[in-house]
Design a binder for this molecule. Structure first.
Ligand SMILES: [Zn+2]
Length: 381
């Protein structure tokens, strides 16, 4: 059914078209060329590049299809993490890896290759299919920037699938919401040897607060991490400013809010309770506590339309699916936040974001069959 070698060739070509985040220009151009002979009813690039700083906007291909059925969309991201420059694919049998110096890029080009092969089959065999939109985003790996800058009015379908998860036969139906924290503690600068009593050490204050802050896995639904600390000028100067960057994630909106305010309370209390022991400090400490919602909660009911449809498609090709909850945020969080029910489907990629990333051709073939079953309602072609 599936043209395995054509799928393999497409996958290799996509992987070897470098597309680290913000440098998706060549990939976008190549996708336009690949899809042109497949006669999309509309090709559209949005203006998100102005916001994301990418070489390309998000890229949309719409296919009207001849079946009367509810439209569906598929999403993959065009960008990859680093090291992703100069990717060369090594194929051993049906296993694809990089040569070891770079990532492979199966995250997320395994999904893109399957979408291309599915449309090629539909077109060359003239098989009727439901209306479908392919939505290729930019800058997913650096904070879901393309999806965040996307206007959901550009997507006509009300539900869809992000082909963007490792392993195979997995459907991700839940992912946490996250807040980013940027905390600035202000002290007072002074010469550390001559007039230390004039100063207020922002670093010490930050450390006191941080030592009381919950950290790591808080409960089955929530995590907290501080990842960056910066500040200070020299060892002989009492530091007047320290910036801490961290995040809170939870599968519960309520816990996310509670943990975030708990951390804020710890920092505020630490700064407020500071006392000028010698009575000579040239000021008072201060605090900026900035919370930036990073991505919204993703939670799909197992009997929602998006899950029912993919289950039916999987059953028709005798594929077992497991429904799972993940710990990461991805474009699907953003789409769900827009009110577009979006499940994440594993593509077969493994060891992603590392130089030992790999994918099996068989899994991409099965993924293509799953896409075809969803688009056509058929088992055989
Ligand atoms: Zn990905």
């Amino acid at each position: 059914m599936i043209n395995r070698e054509r799928l393999a060739d497409t996958f290799v070509e996509l992987c070897e078209t470098d597309s680290p985040s913000r440098h998706e220009g060549r990939m976008a151009q190549r996708l336009r060329e690949i899809f042109a002979p497949l006669a999309p009813d509309e090709v559209f690039e949005d203006d998100s590049a102005r916001t994301t700083g990418s070489e390309s906007g998000n890229l949309f291909f719409r296919f009207a299809g001849a079946l009367t059925a509810e439209p569906v969309f598929f999403n993959c991201h065009m960008d990859t993490v680093q090291p992703g420059t100069g990717v060369k694919v090594r194929r051993q049998g049906d296993l694809f890896t990089s040569t070891g110096e770079t990532i492979l890029g199966s995250d997320d080009k395994s999904g893109i290759a399957a979408l291309i092969e599915a449309m090629r089959i539909l077109r060359e065999r003239d098989i009727p299919f439901r209306p479908v939109e392919y939505v290729f985003t930019t800058c997913e790996e650096i904070g879901l920037l393309g999806a965040k800058a996307l206007d959901p009015a550009h997507i006509q379908a009300r539900f869809g699938y992000a082909l963007d998860s490792s392993g195979f036969g997995r459907v991700v139906i839940g992912a946490p919401a996250a807040n980013r924290l940027r905390i600035t503690v202000y002290g007072c600068a002074a010469h550390a040897g001559l007039h230390p009593e004039w100063g207020i050490n922002a670093m010490i204050l930050a450390a006191r607060a941080l030592a009381q802050t919950p950290d790591g896995r808080i409960d089955t639904e929530s995590t907290v991490n501080f990842g960056i600390i910066s500040g200070g000028v020299a060892s002989n100067i009492v530091p007047e400013k320290v910036v801490l960057e961290g995040e809170v994630r939870s599968h519960s909106e309520e816990k996310l809010a509670r943990l975030t305010s708990q951390i804020e309370h710890i920092f505020r209390a630490t700064v407020d309770n500071w006392q000028d022991a010698g009575g000579q400090a040239k000021g008072r400490p201060g605090l900026d506590f900035v919370v930036e919602p990073d991505f919204p909660l993703m939670h799909l009911d197992s009997d929602s339309k998006v899950i029912r449809e993919i289950r039916r498609a999987a059953e028709s090709i005798s594929l077992d699916l497991s429904l799972e909850v993940a710990g990461g945020g991805s474009d699907a969080n953003i789409f769900n936040g827009y009110g577009l029910e979006t499940a994440i489907i594993a593509t077969g990629m493994t060891n992603v974001h590392s130089t030992s990333e790999q994918v099996e051709l068989d899994d991409m073939v099965r993924l293509t069959e799953l896409i075809l079953a969803l688009l056509t309602g058929r088992k055989k072609y």
